[in-house]
Write a protein that binds this ligand. Sequence first.
Ligand code: SF4
Length: 400
Amino acid sequence: MKSLRYLYRIGRGPSSSHSIGPYRAVKYLKKNYPNIVKAEVTLYGSLALTGRGHLTDKTIIDTFAPIPCEVTFDYKTSVPHPNTMDYKLTLEDGTTLNKRVFSVGGGAIKIDGEVVEAEEEVYPEKNFDEISKLCKANNWSLVDYVRHYEGDEIFEYLTKVYKQMMETINNGLKATGELPGSLHVKRRAYEFLTSKFENESSVGRAYRSIMAFAFATGEENAAGGMVVTAPTCGSAATMPALLKYYQKMYDEPLERVVESLAVGGVFGNVIKQNGSISGAEAGCQAEIGSACSMTAAAYGYLKNLSFDAIECAAEVAMEHSLGSTCDPVGGYVQIPCIERNVLAATRAETAVRLAEYAADTHSVSFDTIVQTMLETGRDLSNKYRETSEGGLAKEIKVKK
Ligand code: SF4
């Protein structure tokens, strides 16, 4: 498994595979082929079907600028990966170069015949069972496990990640008005946080702040603001919401909240390795289900759950996200994405409560649920895998 740096990436929304991936592809091509004078890009699969709403064309054109660039949407040609792009680059001497690029989820890219980044394997364990056995044999926590392979530097990076998460929430709470695009979705974070609800209990108030924090990040992401993939842009709002709530509520030291990101990251890494974090590959269970699972593990760590109870919380959070489809209306990461994060943040909290009580009697392992998620994702019709051809995306007609 790879460094947690490649799980938590800082970049612009609204989509890790549809905006961060293409952005990184163009940056890479410009850096490695400095003589480009013109670019023609064809988007296929999910990138073509939902690219406009995900700002894929705009991201590519803006990143190539001032080099002129034309983007074509090919809705028909079948491709080996749902997020495929062809780049035809004209160089200064008049020759052309063709590059096929795959945006494989979480902002990572693969380019035929090139090594884009040396994402070396830093964790030799292949699944959570192996991680668990190693930790128990050495009497390590999951934080010790991450430190063993990635050293103290990873915690410096995770501190940056956490600070960005908090800045994104603050930006989202300050912003008002409508989100970009033709859905006319109103930003609700600040209003939801500050509204008065009659006879609201303290628990209700606590839940409302978690939800408002998730709205804030989800809205920032939809508006193309800076976010952290956790594990993707579409699912970026779940984890920061619950962590901010906990830090604020219990005045938790920054160091421990940062450690909780490492704990959540171990589970995210296992999902990335053995399941999927891509909605185009396995539906929303792979994005928000994974975010919910990572958040439950992180929150479980903050609540001092045992090693096995943390695994249980992560498992429960994924188990009850199974089957969730990816059907962004109009291709925008707004409906159902933003509210889905909001609900996932509260579900992660509930998963931790259940794990506190039921870890000893729970019988589904984390590895089993990851495998189940992947198989369920493979069985989902293509309509429900980020193509905007089924579900809500089909029922709600949007003017382009
Ligand atoms: S429905 Fe889920 S997987 Fe699909 S774009 Fe929205 S957040 Fe991502």
